[in-house]
Design a protein around this ligand. Structure first.
Ligand SMILES: Cc1ncc(COP(=O)(O)O)c(C=O)c1O
Length: 411
């Protein structure tokens, strides 16, 4: 009988002394920064069955939708998962291509190409469009994947002030044409981008505008087609990107633009070449999801109403929501230790939000984010209000970073 091979655990797990010094230095630095509070600030409790869970981006509550599950199950049963290969080897029609065309048609864009995630869509697009001679103008709060795309392409990065067209204009005047990248809806604070102003500036200075619609797709615009469509800007926006892991409740990403630009993206962006493509069975789920989302006006308006209710209540309690106009809103203690205490105080009241701290938020700008979804019971919203009322009594809000900055929605 063959003997089972004997595996020894890698010895570095045992002690820092057996690690190469560069690794020890990095890990010790991480441990020093992250374990100040006894554990990493992101490590909290998990919500239970009766908790109010505001940590998910499944904004239309579709992850368990029976129609979508049936669509994917039938596809899986009849055809299996699909091909395990890079997207550069996909040719012709098929369910992935049909879904791309349906998405383009729905969003009013010329064409679309799928990516494995929103991260890979953004990194790949900005990397492929960029280069050492290209300037990439980034909103200071643009998603990290857009920054990483600029870095990966070796582009020059010029950040401009968050949601500030005047700041962008100053930069464009100084540094000339390039790529302007913004989120349509910012995921930490729920602000909307002044898209029309950004599109006009891009036009005026001959820049290419890239709009990341990850948090708005499915929720805004005609039949949920997004904010670019809502503002009638499809002719002015050459590229839209999105994660399909928010309202689409799956795993994937997408880039929309002209067929010429998208062909270039497909064959030159590193994630498209060097990472396996989405599977047919995933496209089957997305195709069914698109059908549901198109007809989800009821869910969209329920979400809008619920978000407006909670925003108004929290503003009334004296929280500054830093201009949230949407279903995403954040309590902003700023200091990390204070943010951890706030999160724990919420968890004690069985309300769960997501902590954002460096590098997902600026240093000293830590926050607890609430992501609402359309199917939240009103009683859950009231539990959030009660919990926040408790926080107001427990903490001195005047110590919080956001306090005193008048929010746009309160104006
Ligand atoms: C604005 C934005 N863009 C892109 C991404 C990346 O998307 P994914 O999770 O599909 O990689 C996210 C997700 O965190 C996001 O919030």
């Amino acid at each position: 009988m063959a003997r089972a091979p004997h595996f020894r655990p890698y010895r570095s797990a045992a002690s820092p002394s057996s690690e190469p010094p560069f690794l020890s230095a990095q890990i010790l630095d991480y441990e020093h920064r992250s374990k100040r509070f006894g554990r990493h600030i992101l490590q909290g409790r998990s919500p239970g069955p009766g908790s109010v869970d505001l940590t998910s981006n499944d904004y239309l509550a579709l992850s368990g939708d029976p129609w979508i599950i049936r669509g994917q199950r039938e596809h899986l049963a009849a055809r299996g998962r699909g091909q395990m290969r890079s997207d550069v080897f996909r040719h012709g029609g098929g369910i992935l291509r049909r879904f791309e065309q349906d998405m383009a048609h729905w969003m009013g864009m010329p064409d679309a190409v799928l990516a494995q995630s929103g991260w890979k869509a953004n990194v790949g697009l900005i990397q492929a469009l960029g280069g050492p001679e290209v300037t990439v103008y980034l909103d200071m709060q643009a998603h990290m994947s857009l920054w990483e795309g600029a870095r990966s392409g070796g582009s020059r990065v010029r950040p401009f002030k968050h949601n500030d067209p005047a700041s962008l204009e100053k930069m464009l005047k100084r540094h000339g044409p390039g790529i302007v990248a913004v989120d349509s809806l910012y995921s930490t604070n729920g602000n909307l981008c002044p898209l029309a102003d950004m599109a006009d500036l891009a036009d005026q200075f001959g820049a290419l505008l890239v709009v990341d619609e990850s948090h708005s797709l499915g929720l805004f615009g005609p039949a949920g087609a997004g904010l670019v469509a809502e503002f009638g800007l499809t002719a002015q926006v050459p590229f839209i990107t999105a994660s399909l892991s928010k309202a689409f409740a799956g795993r994937g990403g997408i880039v929309l633009g002209s067929p010429r630009h998208l062909e270039y993206f497909r064959y030159t962006s590193l994630p498209a070449i060097f990472s396996s493509a989405l599977l047919d069975s995933e496209a089957a789920a997305f195709a069914a999801t698109l059908e549901v989302i198109r007809q989800a006006d009821g869910k969209r308006s329920a979400l809008e109403d619920k978000a407006a209710y909670l925003r108004a209540e929290l503003l009334d309690l004296g929280f500054d929501l830093a201009g949230s106009e949407t279903h995403i809103m954040a309590l902003q203690p700023g200091d990390e230790e204070l943010t951890l205490e706030v999160r724990e105080a919420l968890e004690e009241r069985d309300v769960f939000g997501s902590i954002f701290c460096w590098p997902a938020a600026g240093r000293g700008r830590a926050l607890v984010r609430f992501s609402l979804h359309s199917d939240l019971p009103l009683s859950d919203l009231d539990r959030v209000v009660d919990a926040c009322d408790g926080l107001r009594r427990q903490f001195r809000l005047s110590r919080w970073r956001g306090q005193g900055i008048r929010s746009r929605s309160a104006a």
